[in-house]
Design a protein around this ligand. Structure first.
Ligand code: TMP
Length: 207
């Protein structure tokens, strides 16, 4: 039985999801909630090792292998950290989850959205978020933001523009298919107005 809340943040690289995630976590903690902040890939010791491999490995990683590394990370993360926290009644706020795999591996790498979703659901015993905040941003704007903030790009960030355009439309299609789970926000809006709208949606889930 799950009693807590599971909130995920999604969006293309440079969409500002990490900033919004931190603002939400600060607010939830000020309100007295017990919060687990975590991310994928990563979030566990094994996950940090897998993150380094999948994002920074020098050698080639085949698309299917890449998809399975993300799924392996997710299986371990959910079983050892996320699900126990939700069952304790915590609010889990997570940077990226299975929608990232569907968008990046399923559609970006063209492995098939349904296939990749099924693998992730199998890996997690069907755990879906209560709320997914999607920060939508045109891919070239995301790129500009990264260019000013990064000294090195990871394997996915380094992909060409078409890849990121596919990722963006995949996210929008996912949100359209599940309008209750997704809150889609225009990432070019001000940081404050985005944070306020996210807080308001989370408040309604808490009441
Ligand atoms: P981050 O920079 O937002 O932490 O994400 C790391 C990269 O990993 C980002 O480019 C998106 C990518 N990614 C996938 O391709 N598939 C996944 O399932 C996840 C969780 C992330």
């Amino acid at each position: 039985m799950t009693t807590g809340l599971f909130i995920t943040f999604e969006g293309g690289d440079g969409s500002g999801k990490s900033t919004q995630l931190s603002l939400l976590v600060d607010w939830l903690e000020r309100e007295g909630h017990s919060v687990l902040t975590t991310r994928e890939p990563g979030g566990t010791e094994l996950g940090d090792e897998l993150r380094e491999i999948v994002l920074h490995s020098k050698g080639h990683i085949t698309p299917k292998s890449e998809a399975l590394i993300y799924a392996a990370d997710r299986a371990h993360h959910v079983a050892t950290k996320v699900r126990p926290a939700i069952e304790r009644g915590d609010i889990v706020v997570q940077d990226r989850y299975l929608d990232s795999s569907v968008a990046y591996q399923g559609v970006g790498r063209e492995l098939g959205a349904d296939e990749i979703r099924r693998i992730s659901l199998w890996a997690t015993d069907d755990l879906l978020p209560d709320l997914t905040v999607l920060l939508d941003l045109e891919e070239s704007l995301g790129r500009e933001r990264l260019d000013t903030s990064r000294t090195r790009f990871d394997r996915l960030e380094a992909e060409e523009r078409d890849f990121h355009a596919r990722v963006r439309s995949a996210y929008l299609a996912l949100a359209e298919a599940e309008p209750i789970r997704f809150l889609v926000l225009d990432a070019t809006r001000s940081v404050d107005s985005l944070a306020e709208e996210i807080r308001s949606r989370v408040s309604s889930l808490l009441s």
